[in-house]
Design a protein around this ligand. Structure first.
Ligand SMILES: [Zn+2]
Length: 293
């Protein structure tokens, strides 16, 4: 599932490729991708609009259009945007078929014979078309916590928020209310760095360890943004290339590999293990990350 770094990479690509360009036509192949609106209405309102400003909030991309509208996306499991060129041989009625991609759910024809595809194998991704003034009031966006890469949001703010929860730590990272944009990959990596077992109860973690965990979350997300995300599962960028951060993951998807942590010059003897925490596959080193009771 794309998380903050992957979504940021797509937002950056969209700024590069779509900004100031007009939408000439819209094709909807899977109407459920469009939230709260019929496919007909969605298409009709978008034709003739231009992308004016594009930014990310949590795992959402907000594309500001002219005439006070905004196109908002959430990728959920497998959604992503792709830019494609229409072949010379493509007929005017078949522009959305190139390149042949049976997972394209919605396609936007731009100028200069290019098409922006919203491709989504699992079909959980969503697009909203709303007045710009209503974006921050969308229920899905309203409850989002602060942006972890925002310098105005610090470890103490995170500690204060986490203290409101009585349960175990991992779901607190995933629920988006204390820190926006983090998901399974970067939660596992950051808990590993902080040597905290994902099933540790929040009230058993001292303030200084929670603050340290936040610093690792920020460092992991910043590094992954630099590497244009991790291509775990289906994630690719708009030109179809993979993100590079996958090479740097220490526990996520590394089951059976030796733990890379070094202490006093010697390597940890642990082996990365996959467990289930709050219904999510979770990767830990059972030697470095022990549950405090
Ligand atoms: Zn270890």
């Amino acid at each position: 599932m794309p998380e903050l770094p992957e979504v940021e990479s797509q937002a950056k690509d969209l700024r590069h490729w779509a900004l100031n360009r007009p939408i000439k036509a819209v094709w909807v192949g899977w109407p459920k991708t469009i939230a709260r609106m019929s496919a007909q209405k969605f298409s009709k309102r978008l034709i003739g609009r231009r992308f004016k400003k594009i930014w990310r909030r949590g795992k959402f991309i907000i594309m500001e259009l002219d005439e006070g509208l905004a196109l908002v996306s959430h990728f959920r499991m497998t959604g992503h945007f792709r830019l494609a060129n229409i072949k010379d041989s493509t007929s005017a009625r078949e522009w959305f078929l190139y390149p042949p991609d049976r997972f394209t759910r919605v396609a936007f024809k731009l100028d200069r014979d290019q098409v922006l595809h919203f491709s989504d194998i699992r079909k959980f991704g969503r697009l909203w078309l709303v007045p710009l003034s209503e974006v921050s009031r969308l229920p899905e966006l309203k409850s989002l916590g602060p942006e972890p890469l925002d310098p105005g949001f610090g470890p103490q703010d995170f500690v204060k928020c986490a203290r409101r929860y009585k349960g175990i730590i991992k779901p607190v990272l995933l629920n988006q209310s204390c820190v926006a944009g983090i998901g399974n990959i970067y939660a596992d990596e950051s808990l590993f760095d902080a040597a905290i077992h994902p099933k540790t109860r929040v009230d058993k973690i001292p303030d200084k360890d929670l603050a340290q965990l936040f610093k690792y979350i920020r460092a992991n997300l910043a590094a992954a943004v630099k590497h244009r995300g991790s291509s775990v599962g289906e994630f690719i960028n708009m030109k179809g290339d993979s993100g590079e951060h996958g090479f740097y993951l220490r526990v996520y998807g590394q089951r059976g590999k030796p733990c890379q942590r070094r202490r006093d010059g010697t390597r940890c003897r642990g082996t990365v293990k996959r467990i289930v925490v709050a219904q999510r596959g979770t990767h830990i080193c059972p030697v470095c990350q022990r549950i405090k009771r």
